[in-house]
Design a protein. Structure first.
Length: 94
């Protein structure tokens, strides 16, 4: 697909199917199925897809931590009384 919005929307639909229908709400099984197909529930199969699922879940957890830290930082800065001229995001005033 050439349109990023369409690619993201369709990819999200497919991932949702795998997580909710195939994985019964399990992100690990859903991600495994999304990556490797219907073999993920069988023992001893789809090792690479299971590793893929583990990596994606770990990355999502790390990203969530960074986002929370950023939001906490922005809330802290917002509540401080810092003159605009001293802020990093300050644009020059005329």
């Amino acid at each position: 697909m050439k349109d990023p919005k369409t690619s993201i929307r369709e990819g999200a639909k497919k991932l949702s199917y795998w997580v909710h229908n195939y994985g019964s709400g399990s992100y690990k099984i859903g991600l495994c199925g999304y990556n490797g197909g219907y073999v993920c529930k069988r023992k001893g199969t789809a090792k690479r897809s299971k590793m893929y699922a583990d990596r994606i879940i770990k990355y999502a957890e790390e990203l969530s931590i960074h986002i929370r830290k950023r939001l906490d930082y922005e809330a802290l800065i917002k509540n401080l009384d810092i003159p605009r001229s001293l802020r990093r995001d300050a644009s020059p005033t005329k």
